[in-house]
Design a binder for this molecule. Structure first.
Ligand code: KIV
Ligand code: ZN
Length: 507
């Protein structure tokens, strides 16, 4: 079986999903999980696009040493130099230059002739190769480009030193048959070198991103690109977890290996969904809540007799455990620490003390604490960092025939606790009004969503919000035993992001 390289672009193309705006700490958490999942190349962002992207790429490149870390770049010398600045400390840096090759893009967007595009890609790749050991080139909108021009473009990039030729179906226009054929044509007609590899990158506008990627893999591409949960611009990118499981279940057909650890799929999906605020649809393949649920009596009967009657994927293959080890109020520090270690967490003493305190608080309110609860507690600790505002206490008076009142207490950086109250048409509005009075920051609530973590009446609640301030959007999540507390925490999480940005721009 030949090896397939997996490039994950959740933190770059995935982060281009409307409303998603991850900060450095969140990106690092996702990057660490992608490392556990076993991707080979991690596209950490677009260094020249913003200060935030630059700093995230730099941080990830310094912290994650076992993967190749990549930055996207326009075909501009200044973008390439900025990308190098962000990646110069990486163990295995990669640059990804893109330039459009379709007639529509060249004429209307770039206003460049075919020759301009060929000259530009040659010049910029040559420049990049003077310091980047690996340069990947993308023919943007390749799905609507002519095959003949793609050959010329690939030749120019390879002659200048590019090793990876990515052929994106940028607008999700291709069909599996066409996309597979395109790679066969390129393989036969491009003047490849011994180190040249072809890569596929698909978008899901017609719902064919995974199908197209699998067709490209069947046609022999050496690299596949995608995102976790298929997040990305418009209808998103190819979902990596779906590709990974298809390759495994149908290895008879695909005959390719990857470094992916499929058991990390569920946890990776949950983390990405939690931090981006993009919910996973219930019936989504592999990671949806219903992906392994059997509703009809005939199916249930079949599965009970022999699971393979209706289950082609065993839940445990992708890390969905039905019988988690349960911890509770009487579990001691030892059992708690051991379980966290088994789940792959390596916490500092300070982090562990804090999470244990939260665990004990939760255990007083919730009978059984399962792995999903522990993951949520650890994540809260890992991404929160030192914030200006910490949730302290909440009191809500609800009256079904009147307006609602909320009293909120918030701990400031100097440990001082500030309290204020406000009213609202609903409890959430009252809470958010009270918080705004305390932190003196006015944000618009663009989106509010609630879901439960694990099962049962005492399941933890997770709230995701999107706030906007000065036309920028900020995501936040909060987890608590009670929906109102989770709502307050979600708002404060996002408000802390707003506050940090306002503080930076005021400097
Ligand atoms: O879809 C696309 O064309 C891209 C490129 C920037 C590679 O994401
Ligand atoms: Zn893309």
């Amino acid at each position: 079986m030949s090896k397939l390289v997996v490039l994950d672009t959740t933190l770059r193309d995935g982060e281009q999903s409307p409303g998603v705006n991850l900060n450095k700490r969140e990106k690092l958490q996702i990057a660490k999980q992608l490392e556990r999942f076993g991707v080979d190349v991690l596209e950490a962002g677009f260094a020249a696009s913003s200060r935030g992207d630059f700093e995230s790429i730099e941080l990830i490149a310094k912290e994650i040493r076992s993967l190749s870390i990549c930055s996207l770049s326009r075909a501009l010398i200044r973008d390439i130099d900025t990308s190098w600045d962000a990646l110069k400390h990486a163990a295995d840096p990669r640059l990804h230059i893109f330039l459009a090759t379709s007639k529509i893009h060249m004429e209307h967007k770039l206003r460049m002739s075919e020759q301009d595009v060929l000259d530009t890609i040659y010049k910029t790749v040559k420049h990049a190769r003077s310091f980047f050991p690996v340069v990947q080139v993308s023919a943007e909108d390749a799905g609507r480009s002519t095959k003949e021009f793609l050959v010329k473009f690939s030749n120019a990039a390879i002659n200048a030193g590019a090793q990876v030729i990515n052929i994106p179906d940028t607008v999700g226009y291709s069909t599996p048959e066409e996309y597979g054929e395109l790679f066969k044509f390129l393989r036969e007609n491009v003047d490849t070198k011994a180190d040249t590899i072809f890569s596929c990158h698909c978008h899901n506008d017609l719902g064919m991103a995974v199908g197209n990627s699998l067709a490209a893999i069947r046609a022999g591409v050496e690299q596949v690109e995608g995102t976790i949960n298929g997040i990305g611009e418009r209808a998103g990118n190819a979902a990596l977890e779906e590709i990974a499981v298809a390759l495994h279940i149908r290895k008879d057909l695909f005959n390719r290996t990857t470094n992916l650890n499929l058991r990390e799929i569920k946890q990776t999906s949950t983390l990405v969904s939690r931090l981006t605020g993009l919910a996973v649809q219930k019936n989504k393949a592999i990671v949806g809540a219903n992906a392994f649920a059997h509703e009809s009596g005939i199916h249930q009967d079949g599965v009970l007799k022999e699971s393979t009657t209706y289950e082609i994927i065993s839940p445990s293959l992708v890390g969905v455990e039905r019988n988690n080890l349960v911890l509770g109020k009487h579990s001691g520090r030892h059992a708690f620490t051991e379980r966290l270690q088994e789940l792959g967490y390596d916490l500092t003493k300070e982090e562990s003390d804090h999470v244990f305190k939260e665990f004990k608080r939760l255990a007083d309110l919730k009978k059984d604490i399962v792995d999903d609860d522990l993951h949520a507690l650890v994540l809260g600790e890992k991404v929160s960092g030192k914030n200006k505002y910490e949730f302290s206490e909440l009191n809500v008076a609800f009256n079904s025939n009147s307006i609602q009142t909320a009293t909120v207490s918030i701990k400031l950086e100097n440990d001082q606790v500030v309290q204020d109250a406000a009213t609202g048409k609903g409890s959430i509005e009252a809470i958010y009004n009270a918080i705004e009075r305390i932190i003196n920051l006015s944000c618009h609530l663009e989106d509010y969503r609630i879901q439960s973590i694990s099962h049962g009446e005492d399941a933890l609640a997770q709230v995701n919000v999107i706030l906007s301030n000065n036309a920028k959007k900020y995501t936040g999540f909060g987890i608590a035993n009670d929906v109102l507390e989770a709502s307050a925490k979600a708002y404060l999480y996002a408000a802390n992001k707003v506050q940090k940005e306002v503080a930076v721009t005021q400097v």
